[in-house]
Design a protein around this ligand. Structure first.
Ligand code: C2G
Length: 132
């Protein structure tokens, strides 16, 4: 069984998230999402609209996702790869090169981001619309 992992906050789930989850899942037989906890988001300077618990339930409802684990630190990836017997790490290409240090442990693929959508764009557009 080819196991794939991806990491992220996945807040206000949108088509960009679905696209990468779908493509990551299609590259293997089992997809684990390491979901950024609320405290880890602070270190990423992000404040998710949905709590970790809600984001986890939402992700677990996505057909492409087989398992959700917490992402608590930048330093857990090697341990995750070994613990969950991961064959492939998939990330959007905004992370291109950042996780190449993991290549001795698993394959690493960066996929093109979905254009014209992001959680911050959703927030900005809603805020702007509310202002009018
Ligand atoms: N993504 C995408 N297209 C978009 C938006 C996001 O392909 N339009 C991808 C990102 O490249 C990432 C994943 O969706 O691979 C999740 O995005 P975020 O929730 O923004 O995650 P991020 O803050 O990049 O966290 O340790 C890694 C970090 O936790 C990644």
């Amino acid at each position: 069984m080819k196991k794939v992992i991806t990491y992220g906050t996945f807040d206000l789930l949108h088509i960009g998230h679905i696209n990468i989850l779908k493509r990551a899942r299609e590259m293997g037989d089992y997809l684990i999402v390491a979901l950024s906890t609320d405290s880890f988001n602070k270190t990423k300077k992000k404040k998710a609209y949905y709590s970790y618990d809600d984001r986890k339930i939402i992700l677990e409802s996505v057909r492409y996702v087989d398992q959700v684990i917490p992402e608590k630190t930048w330093k857990q990836k090697i341990k995750d790869i070994q613990t969950y017997d991961i064959d492939l790490l998939v990330m959007g290409d905004d992370w291109k090169g950042v996780f190449d240090f993991l290549k001795p442990y698993c394959d690493v693929i960066y996929l093109p981001r979905t254009r014209h959508i992001s959680t911050s764009k959703i927030k900005d557009d809603l805020y702007e619309g509310w202002q009018q």
